[in-house]
Write a protein that binds this ligand. Structure first.
Ligand SMILES: Cc1cc2nc3c(=O)[nH]c(=O)nc-3n(C[C@H](O)[C@H](O)[C@H](O)COP(=O)(O)OP(=O)(O)OC[C@H]3O[C@@H](n4cnc5c(N)ncnc54)[C@H](O)[C@@H]3O)c2cc1C
Length: 470
């Protein structure tokens, strides 16, 4: 069977894949276009972030800044108000509601699309991707034995899942150890004492959900620096005038010069009685340009010395989560430890012995817990990936991992760069692994822009192979 026109396959139906599909449907290509959205989970639009959990986790950003479409900034707020008229622009709404918003957005785009632009949804895992001939279309093989022949393929498969930290190596398969808090049934109501490894936003989610499930639980958190994310505020859009890049000076840029310029921006903002968060927000806007102007060795230096500090100030938690964490710390329910975690050891089936060296000291502390949950976040080192699709891309030379372990090596519009250093014309990535190229590429506000620009490129080009449907 031959399908006329072009076929665009999107692998992954989380935020990035869904928003890309919406833009492709809306832009109305000149020729017949078949969009195939391949997602292994039952629901589109959820991904890791916007799933429905027993505990209603909140967005980290106020409703007025969470639109999935740049040209309609209040779209998410209006959707939320259609469900509950009392929602306001500054509110931090449940993440599961955001997933419903993305589903609604896609549904409306499908209904409004002209007849010659169609969306086909396939629930399956994409397992491999290759080209039949060097300039022909791509063949995507799926876990349900189906194969899709596509003129363009966009990987929108997010970040790889978390990997166990070295200290937890002996715990693989232990019933009281959870490696991936996003996928596993991470919380057990009978657990009385739990250790969370990592102190970022994932820890915040898990600690709050654990305390809601069992109000008597004791939670220990360990990370190298023991730093917690700062609290978010509603923000002040008018304060976002400033240019960090101009303060740094000409190339080559060093991590030290970025820090110096950031401190001067911060001092200026504080002089005007501004909020330090405005300095972070300005730095975020300038980050892609600065990152691209930094040599790899300076990027590496930034990651070594400044990443942890950037993360806790940049990735902030909603005020309600901040208040709950403070209350848990004051009551002693939550204890934060800074130090180096030593190898964890199983103590029978139900408990785990924990030892760590306190930061800046020689003392070893220890405790016994009946659950350990890895909250260190996703493992962005693609060279270690166990995912057959990603492994195949690397082994086949179609894609290359960034040398700093941040994601894919990409060119303009997220074009994957192959082993020979050539950017693909018809193979792209959109999602948080663009951080390798732009550093800041995680939040909805950034990813929607990448999805919009890629949709523009894909709909405006005319090249297509004759696509047989397999
Ligand atoms: C817990 C969490 C909370 C967040 N909260 C906010 C927030 O409040 N505000 C904000 O602006 N940003 C937030 N973010 C950041 C941002 O919105 C996410 O990074 C964004 O959702 C990334 O979407 P994605 O589609 O690229 O990746 P993902 O959400 O990871 O989606 C990828 C999808 O691809 C599918 N997939 C992967 N591989 C395959 C395959 N081989 N075959 C088929 N399907 C596959 C997966 O099942 C998944 O559904 C949050 C992120 C996380 C993790």
């Amino acid at each position: 069977m031959r399908s006329p026109g072009r076929t665009i396959a999107i692998i992954g139906g989380g935020f990035s894949g869904t928003v890309l599909a919406v833009n492709l449907l809306r832009r109305v290509a000149a020729q017949p276009t078949r969009i195939v959205l391949i997602e292994r989970e039952a629901e589109i639009g959820r991904g890791v972030a916007y799933r429905s959990h027993a505990y209603a986790h909140l967005l980290n950003v106020p409703a007025a800044r969470m639109s999935a479409q740049t040209r309609d900034p209040m779209q998410f707020l209006r959707f939320a108000q259609s469900r509950d008229a009392g929602c306001d622009a500054e509110q931090f709404l449940p993440r599961r509601l955001y997933g419903e918003y993305l589903q609604d957005l896609l549904q409306r785009a499908v209904e409004a699309a002209p007849k010659h632009v169609t969306l086909e949804r396939i629930q399956a895992q994409a397992e491999s991707l290759y080209r039949i001939d060097p300039i022909g279309p791509y063949l995507v093989s799926l876990s349900n034995q189906q194969r899709v022949l596509a003129d363009d393929v966009v990987l929108a498969c997010g970040d790889p899942p978390p990997a166990s930290p070295p200290a937890a190596a002996a715990l693989a398969g232990h019933p009281a150890y959870v490696c991936d808090p996003f996928r596993d049934a991470a919380l057990r109501s009978e657990a009385q004492t739990v250790l969370l490894i990592g102190s970022g936003l994932t820890m915040v989610d898990v600690a709050i959900a654990a305390a809601n499930l069992n109000p008597d639980i004791q939670i220990h958190v360990i990370s190298r620096h023991g730093l917690l994310p700062a609290a978010q505020t509603a923000g002040n859009a008018s304060a976002l005038v400033g240019d960090l890049r101009a303060r740094i000076g000409p190339q080559p840029i060093s991590a030290r010069s970025v820090l110096r310029a950031f401190r001067s921006l911060l001092a200026d903002i504080e002089c005007r009685a501004g909020d330090w968060r405005d300095a972070i927000n300005i730095a975020r806007q300038c980050a892609p340009q600065i990152w691209q102007d930094m040599p790899v060795c300076e990027r590496a230096r930034f990651l070594r010395h400044l990443r942890a500090h950037w993360a806790v100030h940049r990735h902030r938690m909603p005020p309600a989560s901040d208040a709950q964490l403070r209350q848990m710390r004051q009551s002693g329910q939550l204890q934060i430890h800074a130090g180096h975690l030593l190898p964890l050891a199983a103590d029978g089936d139900r408990s785990i012995s924990v030892r760590w060296r306190e930061r800046g000291r020689h003392d070893i502390s220890s405790l016994s817990v009946d659950g350990v949950i890895n909250c260190t976040g996703t493992d962005q080192r693609l060279s270690q990936t166990q995912d057959p699709l990603l492994q195949g891309l690397i082994e086949g030379g179609l894609a290359v991992a960034d040398p700093l372990g941040l994601g894919w090596h990409t060119g303009q519009h997220g074009a994957l760069i192959d082993r020979e250093g050539v950017p693909a014309e018809h193979l792209f990535y959109v999602g948080p692994m663009l951080r390798a190229q732009y550093w800041e590429a995680t939040a909805a506000g950034e990813l929607r822009g990448h999805a919009e620009r890629l949709a523009e490129l894909l709909t405006d080009r005319s090249t297509s192979y004759t696509s047989p449907r397999l």
